[in-house]
Write a protein that binds this ligand. Structure first.
Ligand SMILES: Cc1cc2nc3c(=O)[nH]c(=O)nc-3n(C[C@H](O)[C@H](O)[C@H](O)COP(=O)(O)O)c2cc1C
Length: 299
């Protein structure tokens, strides 16, 4: 009997809901599924506090691993045909639990020479994180064969307001009773079973090449918004400066407060200005933007 392993981490349970939908077709086909939920030695709070949320920034962005509890021995002893890596993004990077797993010694054993499908549930800025995941998978000598990125499809600034409400209260309900629901919509969570069905066909054929990702893109499992792609590249450069200065700085707490203020200004003041400039100059960069989109969609 074929066996697959799902490696995941989820605070609110949103990603676990996505995973459950994704694996449903595998379960119906009688494929054995193991779930490995990454557990931190020191867990992150949910709902978040201000201090914990901003405090996670330097280590998330600089991809500094933190101790995780050892994986069950039985997972290391089994021979999996496929691994599903379900992850969320923290500060344009794989979340600390996912990064810590990918940098662990057991990830090396588990992922060696294995086909991997990445499945993410994020607000809407996941592209640079996926590039970082691609590198980590390469370091573990795994083969990325497919990627599905589910996001909050509401306007960027709306999703900022609603996700803050969700992450800081722990309630995935309407902010002030009037805003749309935060996070990945229920419809999109349920759509994950469609991608699971496609992935299952490829598992059964045991050939992935580029065909799987092509089908995922056609079925809108990956949607690239050009402005957000460009915003991510810019934000990455600035985040690197902030994270490098803050990490291990004796004024860390004060600097994190400055970063909090900076983030606020960047989102509410700078981003709308950059947005206008982006669309005014869009025709001049059209070819480059299309090339960047193809790269971000690919595995
Ligand atoms: C500290 C932190 C930083 C985050 N940064 C990003 C980000 O840069 N881009 C993004 O699209 N989502 C970001 N998110 C949202 C998460 O990717 C994810 O969608 C949300 O936390 C729900 O995940 P869960 O399944 O673990 O509950 C962030 C969330 C947290 C807690």
């Amino acid at each position: 009997m074929q066996q697959i392993l799902v490696v995941y981490y989820s605070q609110s349970g949103q990603l676990k809901d996505i995973v459950n939908q994704f694996v449903a077709p595998f379960q119906s086909a009688g494929i054995g599924i193991d779930f490995y939920s990454i557990e931190m030695e020191e867990s992150f709070p949910f709902p978040w506090t201000d201090e914990a949320f901003f405090g996670a920034f330097p280590e998330s962005f600089l991809q500094i691993p933190q101790p995780i509890k050892p994986i069950k021995q039985e997972f290391l002893e089994k021979e999996y045909s496929l691994i599903i890596l379900a992850y969320q993004v923290w500060y344009l990077s794989p979340s600390i639990p996912i990064n810590s797993f990918l940098k662990s010694t057991f990830a090396k054993d588990l992922l060696y020479n294995k086909p991997v499908i990445t499945l993410s549930g994020t607000r809407n800025m996941w592209i640079s994180s996926q590039e970082k995941i691609k590198l980590l998978l390469l370091e573990n000598k795994a083969h990325l064969v497919g990627n599905i990125a589910l996001t909050d499809k509401h306007a960027n600034h709306i999703s900022v307001l609603t996700i803050v409400h969700w992450l800081f209260t722990g309630r995935k309900d309407r902010y002030l009773g009037i805003f749309p629901l935060p996070g990945v919509s229920q419809k999109d969570i349920e759509s994950a079973s469609m991608y699971g069905k496609i992935a299952l066909e490829y598992l059964q054929k045991d050939i992935y090449d580029q065909g799987l990702q092509k089908e995922i893109i056609e079925r809108k499992g990956v949607i690239i918004k050009p402005f957000l792609l460009s915003a991510e590249y810019k934000a990455n450069r600035l985040f690197r400066i902030w994270a490098t200065i803050i990490y291990r700085n004796k004024y860390r707490r004060t600097l994190l407060k400055c970063f909090h203020l900076y983030l606020y200004i960047a989102i509410w003041v700078l981003m709308p200005i950059v947005w206008c400039f982006y669309w005014l100059t869009y025709p001049f960069f059209y070819r480059k933007i299309q090339k960047d989109i193809r790269k971000a969609e690919s595995v």
